[in-house]
Design a protein around this ligand. Structure first.
Ligand SMILES: *Cc1c(COP(=O)(O)O)cnc(C)c1O
Length: 492
C-alpha cells in the first residue's frame, strides 16, 4: 500500500513513511485507502492474543513488511507490558474502561512507542540506510518518556526529547530526567508544548538543517503522532476492544459502540476514526478536552481558533492548542484534496484560525462530538467514579468521564460506551489524591504513598523506583535556542 501526503507530495511506501515521519511538503502521511475488516477477519481475531491482532491489523497497511516481521515486532513490543496491553474493564451495564497504561511508562503512548523502534529498524534495513536516524520529539509529558524507553540503546538511532520545563507533572519530568541509554537526550524549554512542537516542525521543514544533519550522518525522523508509525498501532486497540466485546457476548454482531477519548494532539481519537473506516461499528467518537477546549469549539461551531489563553491543568498531556493530527481529519473532510488542506494550514499559520461550514462538518464527520471538562468537573469525576465503582481514574481519563457525563446528560444516549483510559493515576498522584480527599500533598512521592494508603492500590514499580534514580538530564534552555542546542549535541 502507498502512503500519500495530506499536502499533495509524491506517494511513498509504508516503510519510508515511517522512516521520514513527516512528508517533505510539511504534510502528514495517510494510507491511500482504508482496508476493510470483514466479519471473517473479526471472527479470526476473536481467538488471537493482542500482539497477533496487532500484527494482523498492521499487515493490512504495512504491506512492505512480512507477516513474520510484524509478528516478531509486535511480540517483542507487547512482552514489555504487564499482562494484556489493552484490557477492558466493565464498570456498569453499558460502560467499559479500556486500560492502555500497563506499559513501561504507564501511559497509552507505550502502545505505539514500544513498537515504533522495531518498525523503524526494519524500515532502515529495507531502505539499506547507513545514516543514523535522529528521532526528534516534542512532548507534553508522556510521549517523551515513552519514546525514550522505546528508542534507548536501539542501534542506529539517536533521540532528542524537548519538553516544556514547567508544563509537565513532577513524575513525568523525573521519568524523563532519569532515563539511561547512550543515545538519549532530554531538553527542557522555557515555553509551552506548542512552542516545542512548533520548533520541531520548523526544523523538519528546514532544508539547511537537513543538509547539516546529513553531514553529521543523521537523518531526522519523528516519534510524535504525526508519524504514521505512531498512529497505526493505535488503530489496533479500537479494533481489539470491539472484538473483545463481541467475543464475550457483551455486544451483538455489528452493534455500534461509542468511544470517549481524552484528547490533545488528536492522534488517539483519529485512530478510532480510522478503525471506523475499516468497518468497526462505531456510533459516536466523543472528543474530550480539558479547559484548553479548542476542539470542543471546533466540533460544535466549525471554527478552529488558537487565539485564546493557554491554561495549565491537572491533565498536562492535553494542554495543547494546535492539534497536529486534525490535519489528517481535514484531509478526509475535504475529500482528500491537498489544496483544501494546504489552504487551511496556511490560514492556521498566518491567523491562527480557520473555519469550516458547520452543516457540512456535521454531515461528513457527524460521529465526532466535542465535550470539555472544567478542572472542578475533572476532580468530581475522579471522586464520583471512585465512590460509585471503586475505580481509580487518572486526571486525563477523568476528563473523558466528565465529558461523557455531559454528553449523556445532553443526549440520554445509552449506547454501550468505552472510555479510553490513557494513564496510571500514580503518574498524577497529587491531583488524584486531592480530588478524593480535598487534601493537598505537594511532595509527589508523599502523594503517591498517601494515595496508595487511601485506596489500597499497589504503587507501580516504575513510580516507586524513581525516587532513588540519579538525574541524568537537567538542561533547560530558552525556546529560541532549540535548534542550536541540538546541533551542539552532535557537533560536540
Ligand atoms: C498524549 C496523551 C493524551 C492525548 O492524546 P492525543 O493522541 O495527543 O490526543 C491524553 N492522555 C494522556 C495521559 C496522554 O499521555
Amino acid at each position: 500500500m502507498d502512503f500519500i501526503s495530506t499536502r499533495g507530495g509524491a506517494p511513498v511506501s509504508a516503510g519510508s513513511a515511517i522512516l521520514k515521519g513527516i512528508a517533505s511538503d510539511g504534510g502528514l502521511y495517510v494510507p491511500s485507502f482504508f482496508p476493510i475488516l470483514t466479519s471473517e477477519d473479526i471472527d479470526k481475531m476473536c481467538a488471537m492474543e493482542y500482539y497477533e491482532r496487532s500484527a494482523f491489523v498492521l499487515g493490512k497497511f504495512l504491506t512492505d513488511y512480512t507477516e513474520e516481521e510484524l509478528l516478531t515486532a509486535t511480540k517483542a513490543a507487547y512482552e514489555r507490558f504487564d499482562g494484556d496491553p489493552a484490557p477492558l474493564v466493565k464498570v456498569d451495564d453499558s460502560t467499559y474502561v479500556l486500560e492502555l497504561f500497563h506499559g513501561p511508562t504507564l501511559a497509552f503512548k507505550d502502545i505505539a512507542l514500544t513498537l515504533l523502534p522495531h518498525l523503524m529498524t526494519l524500515a532502515r534495513k529495507k531502505a539499506n540506510s547507513s545514516d543514523k536516524t535522529l528521532i526528534l520529539v516534542a512532548t507534553s509529558g508522556d510521549t517523551g518518556k515513552a519514546a525514550l524507553e522505546g528508542f534507548k540503546d536501539v542501534e542506529g538511532t539517536e533521540i532528542v526529547v524537548i519538553y516544556p520545563s514547567k508544563g509537565v507533572s513532577d513524575m513525568q519530568k523525573l521519568q524523563m530526567q532519569t532515563t539511561t541509554g547512550a543515545n538519549t537526550h532530554v531538553i527542557g524549554i522555557e515555553g509551552n508544548f506548542d512552542d516545542a512542537q512548533t520548533a520541531v516542525k520548523t526544523i523538519f521543514k528546514d532544508k539547511e538543517a537537513e543538509e547539516e544533519f546529513a553531514k553529521l550522518g543523521l537523518k531526522l525522523s519523528s516519534a510524535n503522532s504525526i508519524n504514521w508509525g505512531r498512529l497505526v498501532p493505535q488503530i489496533v486497540y479500537y479494533v481489539s476492544s470491539y472484538v473483545d466485546l463481541y467475543a464475550s457476548g457483551e455486544v451483538e454482531d455489528g452493534e455500534k459502540i461509542n468511544f470517549v477519548v481524552p484528547t490533545g494532539n488528536f492522534g488517539n481519537i483519529l485512530a478510532g476514526y480510522y478503525a471506523k473506516k475499516m468497518g468497526i461499528p462505531i456510533n459516536k467518537l466523543i472528543v474530550a478536552s480539558n479547559v484548553n477546549n479548542v476542539l470542543t469549539d471546533f466540533f460544535t461551531e466549525g471554527r478552529y481558533d488558537v487565539n485564546r489563553p493557554f491554561h495549565k491543568t491537572m491533565s498536562p498531556s492535553m494542554d495543547i492548542l494546535i492539534s497536529s493530527n486534525l490535519e489528517r481529519l481535514l484531509f478526509e473532510f475535504g475529500d482528500r484534496k491537498a489544496e483544501f488542506v494546504r489552504d487551511l494550514m496556511e490560514k492556521l499559520d498566518l491567523y491562527g484560525k480557520y473555519e469550516l461550514d458547520l452543516d457540512k462538518l456535521e454531515e461528513k464527520l457527524g460521529e465526532f462530538l466535542g465535550y470539555h471538562s472544567t478542572e472542578e468537573e475533572t476532580s468530581d469525576a475522579i471522586d464520583n467514579f471512585y465512590d460509585m465503582f471503586d475505580y481509580l481514574l487518572d486526571t486525563h481519563t477523568a476528563v473523558a468521564v466528565s465529558a461523557y457525563y455531559n454528553y449523556t446528560a445532553d443526549t440520554e444516549d445509552d449506547t454501550k460506551t468505552v472510555i479510553v483510559s490513557t494513564a496510571s493515576p500514580y503518574k498524577f498522584a497529587a491531583d488524584v489524591y486531592e480530588s478524593l480527599t480535598q487534601k493537598r500533598e505537594n511532595d509527589s512521592f508523599k502523594a503517591v504513598k498517601k494515595l496508595s494508603n487511601y485506596t489500597g492500590i499497589e504503587i507501580p514499580e516504575q513510580i516507586a523506583e524513581l525516587s532513588s534514580l540519579p538525574i541524568l538530564h537537567d538542561t533547560v534552555i530558552d525556546k529560541s535556542e532549540i535548534k542550536e542546542t541540538i546541533f551542539k549535541i552532535y557537533r560536540g
